[in-house]
Write a protein that binds this ligand. Structure first.
Ligand SMILES: [Zn+2]
Length: 456
């Protein structure tokens, strides 16, 4: 009798989402503040500390989990809630953060301090805040005990900020069973933005593909006083001039057309019609340079690009070196194999005698919006915010989603947190912060979306 009474009180508390008088939002705020204080600055990473952080919580909740180190200190942790036969849902986060220069911060960089309505500290937005939302959703499902129509897999991985080879990349190669049966995935990359009375939720469905290349030229060395017609350096300079002056032709891939049309709906300036009809706009030769000046990040979505980022020649002013090199950070639209892009670039610079070698190239992939998870995001946000819309978006940067898209998992960059456009986030910059009220609401909305997918 006594036991039954305790159980029913426990059940009642769970039903109203309270544990020890705390709401899941209260818990999430405490977790986030504590998690920010866990030093996982990459390099070196030390993500085993994040593994310890999550292990303690999982142990207290009675959730089984597994961990693995990809290299000393580079910890990864995952846990699975078993459900029905529908394709599994993975909640993927990276636990590492980029370094922060204390000289430019107004608080300790890992303080997790709450001030003026914000939680501050490196990782607050990228992506410990989202990671804690995943945790809150995962624990809510576990605590409720309601049957799930599919497995839900929680993964907190290392090394995303340095390319993910000690995190998701390593897990796919060494612990492939984690990804077994998974068909849907939530990761970082998109969120809500509220401008006056309209809310737009961006869901990242694809990203430009990094193709990092090195150009090397070898030629006769000599004395700087007696130049020859060509040298290793003139060859490099010639090749770079070609790449600079013959940029790749603009082309619009369908996700970019959709994304820009979505942006156009919120624009009331002279750019609106160009965004609405971007295919047409790029045919005007004067449009592209103006667009590049206006929004370099959006311009980059209209073509393949290369930034010249590293350059090396002689280490002495009067010596013509035998070898010179340059490195290019190229980003390709995700509609063709990287090999094709590399072949195009190689033929462009062929006459200069430089050799093109590949430092890193990912494979392109686009996640379809025709999925149970995308409609859950649409349905839940429409119900919660009638004045909102959901827009598939394309990112110029890359996240770990390229790894999981390669596995055929429909992967979205999305956190339902709503912030104001232009509100400083400090991501990879100074005083990184997250608004407390928006974070709390985002946690609850994340739970609603996940529940919509898994409880039916
Ligand atoms: Zn991130």
């Amino acid at each position: 009798m006594k036991l039954r009474k305790t159980l029913s009180i426990g059940l009642a508390l769970l039903l109203i989402g309270q544990v020890n008088g705390q709401s899941i939002e209260d818990e999430a705020v405490t977790w986030l503040q504590e998690f920010i204080q866990v030093d996982t600055i990459n390099p070196p990473g030390n993500e085993f500390r994040a593994v310890e952080f999550y292990s303690k919580i999982f142990e207290a909740e009675g959730i089984e989990f597994e961990t693995a180190e990809s290299a000393p200190g580079r910890g990864n942790i995952w846990a699975r809630l078993e459900g029905g036969d529908e394709p599994g849902l993975m909640l993927l986060q990276h636990t590492d953060v980029v370094p922060a220069d204390p000289a430019y911060w107004t608080t300790e960089t890992l303080s997790g301090e709450m001030r003026d309505g914000y939680i501050l500290g490196r990782g607050a937005r990228d992506m410990k805040g989202t990671g804690i939302s995943h945790l809150a959703a995962f624990l809510t499902l576990h605590r409720s005990g309601r049957p799930l129509n599919r497995d839900v897999v929680f993964v907190a991985s290392a090394d995303e900020e340095a390319g993910g080879l000690f995190g998701v990349g390593w897990l796919i190669d060494n612990r492939p069973e984690i990804f077994e049966g998974v068909g849907l995935l939530m990761n970082e990359g998109g969120s809500g933005s509220q401008d006056s009375d309209e809310i737009v939720f961006g869901v990242e469905v694809t990203q430009k593909v990094p193709v990092w290349l090195r150009l090397t030229a070898i030629d006769e060395p000599g004395h700087g006083s007696s130049p020859r017609p060509t040298s290793s350096l003139t060859r490099i300079v010639d090749a770079l001039a070609i790449l600079r002056e013959s940029p790749f032709p603009a082309r619009i891939i369908p996700p970019v057309a959709t994304y820009f049309a979505g942006i156009a709906e919120s624009l009331d300036n002279e750019w609106a019609s160009a965004y609405a009809n971007i295919e047409q706009a790029i045919t005007d030769p004067e449009f592209l340079p103006a667009f590049q000046e206006y929004r370099p990040g959006h311009h980059a979505l209209t073509r393949d690009t290369c930034s010249i980022t590293r350059l090396s020649g002689s280490n002495k002013i009067n010596v013509v070196p035998p070898e010179a090199w340059a490195e290019l950070d190229c980003r390709m639209l995700p509609d063709r194999p990287a090999e094709e892009f590399i072949a195009d670039l190689t033929s462009l610079v062929e006459g200069t005698g430089v050799e093109v070698s590949v430092i890193m190239a990912f494979t392109p992939a686009i996640s379809s919006t025709n999925s149970r998870l995308f409609s859950a995001i649409e349905n839940v946000t429409r119900e919660l915010y009638p004045n909102s819309r959901v827009m598939p978006s394309v990112s110029t940067g890359f996240t770990d989603s390229h790894f999981t898209r390669d596995l055929g998992i429909v992967s979205y960059g999305f956190d339902p947190i709503i912030t104001k456009p232009g509100e400083p986030t400090g991501v990879h910059g100074n005083d990184e912060r997250i608004p407390v009220a928006a974070f709390r609401r985002g946690v609850t909305d994340m739970i609603s979306i996940i529940r919509n997918v898994v409880n039916n």
